[in-house]
Write a protein that binds this ligand. Sequence first.
Ligand code: CMC
Length: 431
Amino acid sequence: MSAKTFQLNDSETGKTVDLEARPGTVGPGVLDVRSLYASTGKFTYDPGFAATASCESGITYIDGTKGLLMYRGYPVEQLAANSSFLEVCYLLLYGELPTGDELAKFDDTVRMHTMLNETMLRLFNGFHHDAHPMAMVAGVVGSMSAFYHDTTDIHDPRHRDIFAHRILAKMPTIAAAAYKHTMGQAFMYPRNDLNYAENLLHMFFAVPAESYEVDPVSAEALDLLFILHADHEQNCSTSTVRMAGSSGTNPYSAIAAGIAALWGPAHGGANEAVLNMLEHIGSVDRIEKYVAKAKDKDDPFRLMGFGHRVYKNHDPRATIIRGACHKVLEKIGRTDSPLFELALKLEEIALRDEYFIEKKLYPNVDFYSGIIYRALGIPTSMFTVMFAIARTVGWVSHWREMIVDPDTRIGRPRQLYIGPTARDYVDVDKR
Ligand code: CMC
């Protein structure tokens, strides 16, 4: 069967160019524009890559109109209801749900990699006590290539595997070390008898002087949030990891670049911004004022946790988290959460407003996640770090997919040059 083509007419030269149309397994196909420059002398222009597929991928699929999110074909609702974060990690990394034996082995391997090189731990002492945890985590993850040389040969599948297990296992430990440094508390070593989420809570909230029991409800809630944040196809931080990785840099540096990209308030930093915004709004009677600010073209304020590049109906992650909020707050005995009440009211008012309806702005994953993190006792400045822990598996999966993709080339976009035309240098005394 011959490939479908799309004809483009260049009105300047009168030439017709055939572009190959390539279908995906589901969702919109793409036009392969790689030959465009050679045949027309023109590039495509697409700031923010809103209409550009940068790669082929078999990991995650989103249908923004239907509000559908699937990891390796499995709807996120099914995974959230039945799976565990580590099982989802296996699925994202290896493409299939594991058998019982495979899962046990994978779980064991991740548990065996949770400790940090002691020298790496000492890096935290170089940070000021009030350093933002995302700054510490980005810096320390970037330093990992200096500690784990044995996993930086990107062409060796074994190195790539050990790297994946190592970074997955150590992210909670690094996050906890950043938290303990901020608090001025002793670092708590990981406990490999605990599962991923339990271990994280232990490293965060245990202190050497007292015994600490991990609350199973909190661990379950954290595991759910991690599943929902695990991957989201070619978002800003994942594209950053792919871009950095495409130069052949070591994988730890590529992940550090992703962490830096995630930090911004338009991306993962939104969960911290949502909580700050809700606290700033303070009470239900002030909501209208902030909704008006968000709608004002001359005011840079946006409703944080609202809107998404891809979701134009609802964000399925937000729907699940909203439901989980009720459950978690009830189980933890904090049904009177004023922030949750405020968030529900803000959502209700915004969803009735013509501006938000017309622009298809709905609550996204970050709108409610912070309320659960807050209920678990995690401080606001750590929210984006939580996102980074969960998204690490997505970054690693995409990096691995990119490394073995024969179409991968160094990421190097072109531009429309609008600067001065050629001119001659003028000596300083003649300017
Ligand atoms: N509040 C008020 N107006 C908004 C908002 C908002 N939260 N989001 C978008 N708009 C308006 C925007 O002003 C623009 O209006 P106009 O067409 O009149 O210029 C229109 O909606 C389209 O917005 P955009 O910025 O062109 O859309 P985008 O796809 O480039 O940006 C976004 C998507 C998520 C960055 C944006 O909606 C936003 O800044 N939201 C708040 C930050 C946030 O919650 N980010 C978390 C995203 S989900 C987690 C993740 O995956 O990172």
